[in-house]
Design a protein. Structure first.
Length: 212
């Protein structure tokens, strides 16, 4: 029992360290990327009506819902148009995931931002706020209530800005496949694995595989 308690305390300590390190790195990245952030914000405002940022409720650690930030890549009323495009979903009919190839709601600038994952930059604010980490499973737009029992394991860690899914095909994988990738990450987790994922992420972004 004492060994189990010690193990749990060690996990809490590791989570705290990861939180602090990730928040510091995120703040540094925001400073370095601030000229790019301002440029993207200006281009979004010049191209179409609507806010610069897209804010959406996502499911994170232990099923908690939080507001996730991205650069807006769609027309202003994109969410209201979603119900008319359900038949174009590339995922299985009963999948909670929703993704469309050549989505008509995406702006010209949005296509570029998505291809190179530049729309994800504002999630650095989520890392600083503590509801995301630099590396972890991607947070889902649907709630934990829609998860199957065997899928809940991916909620045992904080969601990440990048992860094994991003360097393994991104949108080309189904949600069930993502769950298996996330479970592998959780079971194999170590600091060096996070470093490996972070180092491989720029290459995956440049290749743009599965980004649409």
């Amino acid at each position: 029992m004492d060994e189990e308690l010690a193990f749990q305390e060690l996990r809490k300590l590791n989570r705290h360290r990861k939180r602090m390190v990730d928040a510091c790195v995120a703040m540094l990245l925001l400073v370095v990327l601030s000229p790019l952030i301002l440029l993207i914000a200006l281009l979004i405002k010049l191209e179409s009506r609507g806010p610069v940022f897209f804010v959406q409720s996502r499911t994170g650690f232990m099923g908690r819902r939080f507001k996730m930030y991205k650069f807006r890549t769609m027309v202003q009323d994109a969410e209201s148009l979603k119900e008319h495009l359900v038949h174009l979903n590339v995922h299985a009919e009963h999948s909670p995931d929703f993704k469309i190839k050549n989505d008509p709601r995406v702006t010209t600038l949005g296509l570029f931002l998505r291809k190179f994952s530049l729309d994800e930059i504002p999630q650095l604010f989520n890392v600083i706020l503590g509801n995301m980490r630099l590396v972890g499973p991607r947070p889902t737009s649907f709630s934990a209530d829609e998860y199957k029992t065997e899928q809940l394991a991916r909620l045992l860690v904080f969601p990440g800005l990048t992860g094994m899914w991003q360097i393994s095909g991104r949108s080309n994988t189904s949600f069930d496949e993502r769950v298996e990738i996330d479970r592998a990450y959780i079971s194999e987790y170590r600091f060096l694995l996070d470093m490996k994922i972070l180092l491989h992420t720029p290459l995956a972004v440049i290749k743009g595989d599965g980004a649409y």
